[in-house]
Design a protein around this ligand. Structure first.
Ligand SMILES: [Zn+2]
Length: 360
C-alpha cells in the first residue's frame, strides 16, 4: 500500500512538472504574438539611438574605469541611483564589504523596481563594475563588458516607463539589477568572481521584511518573486551569436528569436540574419552573475554571445569596439520582448478578476 501511495505521489509530481513545462511553453509561445504589428512598430519608434552612442546620456557615464571600491565605481553607482530617481522607480541597495585578493573591498548592488507591490518580477540584469588590470599604457573600459548592457537597461526602462504605467497585467513588474563585482580581481582563487550576485542571491534567499516585498504575500523571499531573470553581458560588438543555454528557459529563448524574426520582417531592425542560434542547445558552463541564481532554481535567460567578442578582457574593449546598429537593434528587441512579456500595450487595463492565471 505504501509503495502504491509512493507511486501515486511520484506520478502526481511528474504530472505537475509536465503541466508547468507545458504552461511555460505556452506562455513563451504566446509572447511571439502578444503584440500586433502596429504595436511593435509603435514600440520601435520609441527609440532614441543617440542615448546609446558613446557620448550618449545612458552609455557615456559607464565608459569609465569602474573597479569595485574605487571612485570610478562610486561615480557610476551615483549615476545609476540618479537615473532610478528620475524614473521614480523603487530603489534598493545591497552594500557589503568582503575580503578579496585585493584586500577588503566595498561592493554595492543596485536594484530598481517599477511597481514594488507586484508579486512577480521580470528581472533584467547586468554588471556595472569593470575588471581590474594592473596599471598599463591604456585603461580597461569594458565597453561590451558590461557598459553597453547597463546602458541598454536604462534605455529599456526610460523608453517603456510610460507603457508600464498602462500595462494590462498588474501581477508582474520589471526589476533592474545592476551587479557590482562580477569580475575576478586576480582569478586564481575559484571564489574570486561574481561577488555581488553571490551576495544578493544569498541575501534574497531569506524571508525578509525587505521594503519591496509585496505586502499581499509577506512570507515569500525576494527570490521567490522572480519569474524570470534575463542577464545581459558582453553586448555591443559586431555580429553576436546568442545561444540557447538552459532547457528551462529554452522556450523564452525561442520566443526572443521569434520576436526578432517579426522585427526583421517588419524592417524595424537593420539586419536580415538572426543573432539567435535556435537549432541546438549550448553545452558548457559560463561563469557569470546568473550562477548563484541558477543554483537556487531561478529560471535564467542568459544573453551573452558565444564566442565572446574578440576584444574580451583587452584594452581594446572600448567605444571603438562597438557596433551601433547591433546595439540599436538589440534595444528594440529587448523593448518588444519586455512589452510582450508584460502585455504592455496601450489598451484599457482589465479588472483584476479578468487577469489571466499565471504560473505561480
Ligand atoms: Zn568581464
Amino acid at each position: 500500500m505504501r509503495r502504491f501511495t509512493t507511486l501515486c505521489s511520484s506520478l502526481l509530481a511528474l504530472l505537475q512538472l509536465l503541466l508547468v513545462l507545458h504552461l511555460v511553453a505556452q506562455v513563451a509561445a504566446d509572447l511571439i504574438t502578444a503584440l500586433t504589428d502596429q504595436e511593435i512598430e509603435e514600440l520601435a519608434l520609441l527609440s532614441k539611438p543617440e542615448r546609446l552612442e558613446p557620448d550618449g546620456e545612458f552609455l557615456a557615464p559607464f565608459l569609465v574605469k569602474r573597479v569595485p571600491g574605487t571612485e570610478g565605481n562610486r561615480q557610476v553607482q551615483k549615476f545609476i541611483l540618479e537615473q532610478g530617481k528620475k524614473l521614480g522607480w523603487f530603489i534598493e541597495t545591497d552594500s557589503f564589504t568582503q575580503d578579496t585578493p585585493m584586500g577588503s573591498i566595498d561592493f554595492t548592488n543596485i536594484i530598481l523596481t517599477k511597481h514594488p507591490q507586484a508579486p512577480a518580477r521580470l528581472v533584467l540584469a547586468a554588471h556595472f563594475d569593470s575588471k581590474y588590470f594592473a596599471p598599463g599604457p591604456a585603461d580597461f573600459i569594458g565597453a561590451t563588458d558590461s557598459a553597453v548592457p547597463c546602458a541598454l537597461l536604462f534605455d529599456l526602462a526610460f523608453s517603456l516607463d510610460h507603457y508600464l504605467d498602462q500595462f494590462t497585467d498588474p501581477y508582474t513588474t520589471v526589476q533592474l539589477i545592476f551587479f557590482d563585482g562580477e569580475e575576478a580581481f586576480v582569478g586564481a582563487d575559484p571564489n574570486d568572481f561574481i561577488w555581488g550576485s553571490k551576495h544578493l542571491a544569498a541575501y534574497w534567499e531569506r524571508p525578509t521584511l525587505f521594503p519591496a516585498t509585496p505586502s499581499a504575500v509577506p512570507y515569500k523571499t525576494p527570490l521567490e518573486h522572480i519569474d524570470l531573470m534575463v542577464l545581459l553581458d558582453l553586448i555591443g560588438a559586431p555580429a553576436p551569436i546568442f545561444n540557447d543555454y538552459f532547457a528551462n528557459t529554452s522556450d523564452y529563448f525561442h520566443a526572443l528569436a521569434g520576436l526578432e524574426s517579426r522585427l526583421i520582417k517588419l524592417f524595424l531592425v537593420s539586419r536580415h540574419k538572426s543573432y539567435f542560434k535556435t537549432d541546438r542547445q549550448f553545452v558548457g558552463g559560463i561563469i557569470d552573475d546568473h550562477v548563484p541564481f541558477v543554483q537556487r532554481n531561478i529560471p535564467v535567460l542568459h544573453l551573452i554571445p558565444h564566442p565572446f567578442p574578440k576584444v574580451w578582457h583587452t584594452t581594446k574593449d572600448d567605444a571603438d569596439a562597438l557596433d551601433h546598429l547591433v546595439i540599436h537593434d538589440f534595444s528594440i528587441l529587448m523593448r518588444v520582448f519586455v512589452a510582450s512579456y508584460l502585455k504592455a500595450h496601450p489598451t484599457p487595463a482589465p479588472s483584476i478578476s479578468k487577469m489571466s492565471p499565471r504560473l505561480r
